[in-house]
Design a protein around this ligand. Structure first.
Ligand SMILES: Cc1cc2nc3c(=O)[nH]c(=O)nc-3n(C[C@H](O)[C@H](O)[C@H](O)COP(=O)(O)O)c2cc1C
Length: 164
């Protein structure tokens, strides 16, 4: 299986998740960060994994734009979709996944899920802290990127078990 992980990140958690996925996949994977790199050619890959953090309920625009523009080609791939998000509630994770990726890709993906989020509270600006406190009741950081969920995600991709 020749795989690529295409991801966005603001603070590094989703990049770390991409690295862990590369390590968990038997044949490894190429990593491409968007925006920043040119859009990758998908033709060399049979497996494409798309990953984005969630900010204020939404995935990153660069990833959504890419996945919409490449829909035809992505339909032909073994597909994995993940988010890195602080909210671990199952229903809200599914809803956030659904806003981050086109509905058709959600139904085609053989692996999808929230791999967990990291929040370095000390590095946030005062206004961001204020918004997080008011909107979500968050007043401290956390480190919840889950190696176990990364392993399970990689295993689903490898055996093609449908998660829907
Ligand atoms: C301003 C702000 C807004 C956030 N909004 C959400 C949110 O709506 N839902 C959620 O589950 N997590 C939210 N998070 C948590 C991030 O999704 C989490 O920290 C993630 O790991 C960030 O990934 P990154 O380090 O790759 O940018 C928010 C974090 C910040 C700082």
């Amino acid at each position: 299986m020749k795989a690529v992980v295409i991801y966005s990140t603001r603070h590094g958690c989703t990049a770390m998740a991409a690295e862990l996925l590369r390590a968990a996949l038997r044949d490894g994977a190429d990593l491409v960060r968007l925006p920043g790199a040119e859009w990758p050619e998908l033709s060399p890959y049979d497996t494409v994994i798309l990953g984005t953090p969630i900010y204020v309920g939404k995935g990153e625009k660069a990833l959504l734009r890419f996945s919409k523009a490449k829909l035809d080609e992505l339909r032909t791939k073994r597909l994995g979709l993940f988010i890195c998000a602080g909210d671990e509630d199952e229903g809200r994770s599914a809803a956030q996944l659904g806003t981050a990726f086109p509905a058709e890709l959600m139904s085609l993906a053989v692996a999808k899920g929230n791999l967990g989020g990291d929040l370095d509270y000390g590095k946030l600006g005062g206004f961001t802290k204020f918004i997080l406190r008011r909107a979500k009741g968050i007043t401290s950081g956390y480190s919840r990127l889950s190696p176990a969920r990364v392993e399970a995600f990689a295993a689903r991709l490898a055996d093609g078990t449908m998660t829907r």
